[in-house]
Ligand binder design. Structure first.
Ligand code: HEM
Length: 235
């Protein structure tokens, strides 16, 4: 029992938890981005997609996915807090000299960008899922229904996203958050693979490449929605 407790509290275990949950969250982001990009195909495609997700396995698939996502998110934040606190405790005095080669700007700001992403996710859920902020654009309100080609009436998620991003303040908040997310991923992906021991000489250069590719790809992909709306390319 004690041995289990020691493993549970060990730094390496916490790093594994952070790496594995982080990779799960990246998979969610890629899936979410793919769904969001349907906005460029029009209201029918995006609303049909949202509806099928809600209906999958008689509505239970979305709750299973939400449960898994919540567990991964909580474990990720929890291990990040534990590891940051331990690192601080082990290094009570700030380094006099900073080594700019090994400590990139992104790595030093991981805790801060992570915290801001957490704030963004809470705001995002209040915006699109619960409709408690910017409620005038909420797809769940009466009068915002969309009728699919097969006659099913669904909440007009397409209209909610477009109407929201027509407000420059909302677009600015989203774009800034996506840039932060990109910076966070840029550093996080390489460190996750390092923690998981993927340091093989042939794979390492690929892994180093994957962080910036994912960081820039995810940030640009998500930013393309608010920017296209504000530029009037989708309406
Ligand atoms: C342009 C950027 C984004 C747009 C347009 C967007 C849009 C949406 C929409 C329409 C929903 C579904 C609301 C509903 O019907 O319940 C949603 C849910 C969600 N989004 Fe985003 N999203 C964006 C970026 C992000 C990012 C970057 C993250 C994570 C860092 C994120 C995390 C989530 C989560 C966790 C949910 C809740 C999933 C659920 O409970 O069903 N989104 N988003």
């Amino acid at each position: 029992m004690r041995a289990f407790g020691d493993v549970w509290r060990s730094n390496i275990f916490q790093k594994w938890v952070m790496a594995l949950t982080g990779l799960m969250l990246v998979l969610f982001l890629i899936a979410h981005l793919t769904g969001n990009l349907l906005i460029f195909m029009g209201a029918e495609h995006m609303n049909e997609y949202g509806h099928s997700l809600r209906e999958l396995l008689h509505g239970s698939a979305i709750w299973l996915a939400r449960g898994g996502l919540l567990v991964a998110f909580v474990l990720h934040v929890w291990s990040a807090i534990l590891l940051t606190r331990r690192n601080r405790a082990a290094r009570p005095q700030k380094y006099v000299k900073t080594d700019w080669r090994t400590s990139t700007m992104a790595s030093r700001s991981m805790a801060l960008s992570g915290l801001l992403i957490l704030v963004y996710v809470l705001y995002h859920l209040a915006h699109f899922t619960l409709g408690t902020v910017h409620s005038q654009y909420y797809a769940g309100q009466t009068g915002w229904e969309y009728t699919l080609a097969n006659g099913t009436v669904v909440p007009d998620v397409y209209r909610m996203v477009i109407a929201s991003f027509q407000e420059p303040l909302i677009t600015t908040l989203y774009v800034l958050s996506m840039v932060l997310l990109g910076l966070h991923l840029n550093h996080a992906v390489a460190s996750a693979f390092q923690t998981l021991g993927v340091t093989n000489r042939r794979i390492s250069p690929l892994v180093r490449f994957l962080g910036p590719v994912l960081g820039i790809g995810v940030a640009l992909g998500f930013c393309s929605l608010p920017l296209a709306v504000i530029a009037g390319l989708v309406h």
